[in-house]
Design a protein around this ligand. Structure first.
Ligand SMILES: Cc1cc2nc3c(=O)[nH]c(=O)nc-3n(C[C@H](O)[C@H](O)[C@H](O)COP(=O)(O)OP(=O)(O)OC[C@H]3O[C@@H](n4cnc5c(N)ncnc54)[C@H](O)[C@@H]3O)c2cc1C
Length: 560
């Protein structure tokens, strides 16, 4: 049952992390408290096992020459059936996985990717590129409709090497299937880092980051992976499309920009040249408290427009401080940080703290001073910033049992301009809280933090925690989630935000994407897709439909 062609440590197919890792006693107690606080009860539900699932036989045989790279074991197929959204976890707990790929292919190299796409194009087989499978919007689910002969999940894990480092230009050629820790471990001996740390860092890949336009470490300037990409190489059913290594170019619409955000619909990214950073030696950190959230927001706006460009500037609203364990809900907290490999950041921090004081923020001056003296040390991992970081890293592990106990724990993220933010924040929270109350009969806890900030607006990230069902019934909670997710999609668009700042469109955000973009633009994308993928085999139903096929909204939100 546990046979797999994967060469990586065995993943927990129904949740987050590797299969052998478990929560600490303290963490389990914390989940229990949370479930009870929301009015639920801890149930001793059995975790999903591979043997709980009956999978249909694969509908097509792989080509003989490539067969050694194809797996149809239940574990491999289940591991690639869904991403890691709330709805994905809930469906795993329910043992309801309606779109299992017929096969999982593990190409050894780029030529194998070319051969697989060629075979799939000729046999009407849908291909779903797969990086770490951490999609939270239905990006890797094989919900491709009934017009395909079969569906193959194309797992890029064997293309996971750093191939070249150019220290002069400070860039590296990295294969797309490298997970965050894999690429960082290979860059470290060269003294470099990519410094792209999404919360899913451990289990997401360079290729996934590029095609979903992932948001990472930096709160300002290099916020998206886009800013770190120097050039890309993508295999399409019509041939290989590679861009030149250039620091910048004004030659027509950017080729790399077609790849960024393409979500596996135009081709399979096999490698990219990425801009690197030196490891930071100088840091300055502060945890700031605002008794008035509005003043905190104004302070962040002033910082975003100051030209100081902090690397970290996350404003947690009072409810978010409770979720993160860094406050009691009586105040907002801003985690502020500067870093550099080249020069001390003390003057930047001192100026930022003047801005903070002007907006009524308070902080522990001694701890800020310590962080500035602690060149290269661990001060930034202690205190409020450290507690927040620890909760940030462990949160995905806590979600698994919470979902199994009937809680709805979900997040959605967006961006909007400063002039609209106040009304946006109020409107979105109100609409979502109402939707939760209506769908579940229970109150919602809706919190917000800024993940990234820009001179013209923030990227707010909302977390919803609610009791989906008092009896811990996951099916009722999932049904309620469908209504809540639709309401959240509508709320961010209605109040003036984007459907996604960095989680991508996938399947679950398509309704919002279709409201956000003009039909003519989506037709341009379809035309581009028809050129590189004339049979429409690549990730059908994600982002857009192939030109001549109606896949529509499928997956967790749509028809099954
Ligand atoms: C707990 C948690 C925390 C998260 N935190 C963040 C965060 O901080 N920032 C953020 O931006 N996102 C975050 N995400 C979302 C997710 O991790 C990102 O979207 C990530 O970029 C996906 O990478 P992946 O390698 O896991 O891709 P997958 O989930 O495997 O795939 C995502 C999409 O990319 C396509 N794809 C994957 N690899 C390739 C390739 N080589 N070529 C072409 N298409 C490909 C897939 O077909 C799919 O459409 C989080 C998710 C979870 C579950």
């Amino acid at each position: 049952m546990n046979a797999t062609l994967s060469r990586r440590p065995l993943r927990r197919f129904w949740g987050w992390g590797v299969a052998c890792e478990h929560l600490t006693q303290e963490e389990s107690a914390r989940i229990g408290m949370m479930v009870q606080m929301l009015g639920g009860q801890i149930t001793d539900r059995t975790e999903p096992q591979v043997s709980d699932f009956t999978l249909p036989a694969p509908r097509i045989a792989p080509p003989a020459a490539l067969a050694a790279m194809f797996s149809d074991t239940p574990l491999d197929r289940l591991n690639h059936a869904l991403g890691k959204s709330y709805a994905d976890l809930a469906r795993m707990w329910l043992r309801q996985v309606p779109h299992v790929p017929d096969w999982v292919a593990y190409p050894d190299d780029e030529q194998a990717v070319i051969d697989i796409l060629d075979w799939a194009s000729r046999h009407n087989v849908a291909v779903i590129p797969y990086g770490g499978g951490s999609s939270v919007c239905g990006g890797v689910e094989a919900a491709v409709g009934s017009s395909y002969a079969a569906a193959v999940s194309l797992d890029m894990e064997r293309l996971n090497r750093v191939l070249e480092v150019d220290p002069t230009s400070r860039a590296a050629r990295i294969q797309a299937g490298a997970l965050g820790p894999e690429l960082e471990a290979q860059l470290k001996p060269h003294g470099y880092t990519l410094r792209h740390y999404p919360q899913s860092f451990e289990f997401s890949t360079l290729g996934g980051w590029i095609v979903t336009r992932a948001g990472g470490h930096y709160a300002t300037l290099m916020t998206h992976i886009d800013d770190l990409v120097e050039s890309t190489r993508m295999v399409t059913p019509s041939g290989v499309c590679a861009s030149r290594r250039l620091p910048a170019s004004g030659a027509g619409p950017s080729q790399d920009r077609m790849v960024l955000g393409s979500e596996g619909t135009l081709g399979v990214v096999t490698e990219a040249w990425m801009r690197l950073q030196e490891r930071p030696r100088y840091r300055a950190n502060a945890s700031v408290r605002f008794t008035d959230y509005k003043q905190g927001v104004q302070c962040v706006r002033a910082l975003a427009q100051s030209g100081l460009y902090p690397s970290n500037c996350r404003l947690l609203d009072p409810m978010e401080t409770v979720f993160s364990g860094v406050g009691d809900g009586s105040a907002a907290v801003m985690v502020l940080g500067f870093e550099s490999a080249d020069h001390p950041m003390n003057e930047w921090m001192r100026r930022a703290l003047e801005v903070v004081r002007d907006h009524g923020g308070s902080y522990d001056a001694e701890s800020v001073e310590r962080s500035m003296r602690d060149d290269g040390g661990e001060e930034h991992r202690s205190g409020t910033a450290g507690a927040w970081r620890q909760a940030f890293l462990r949160m995905p592990y806590w979600r698994d049992p919470a979902v199994g106990n009937g809680l709805i724990m979900d997040t959605f993220e967006t961006a909007t301009t400063w002039d609209r933010f106040e009304a946006f924040y109020k409107g979105v929270r109100k609409d979502v809280a109402q939707a939760v109350q209506q769908a579940t009969g229970h109150p919602a806890f809706v919190s917000c933090r800024f993940t990234h900030i820009y001179p013209d607006g923030p990227a707010p990230y909302f977390t919803i925690a609610a009791l989906g069902s008092a009896q811990g019934d996951v099916a009722s909670a999932l049904a309620a989630w469908r209504e809540i997710k639709q309401a959240a999609n509508e709320a961010v668009i209605k109040h003036g935000g984007t459907i996604t700042h960095h989680h991508a469109v996938g399947r679950d955000h398509r309704p919002g994407y279709e409201q956000e973009t003009p039909p003519l633009y989506r037709q341009m994308l379809q035309a581009a897709k028809a050129t590189v993928d004339p049979q429409g085999i690549l990730n059908p139903g994600v982002l857009i439909d192939p030109r001549d096929r109606q896949v529509g909204i499928t997956g967790a939100l749509g028809r099954t």
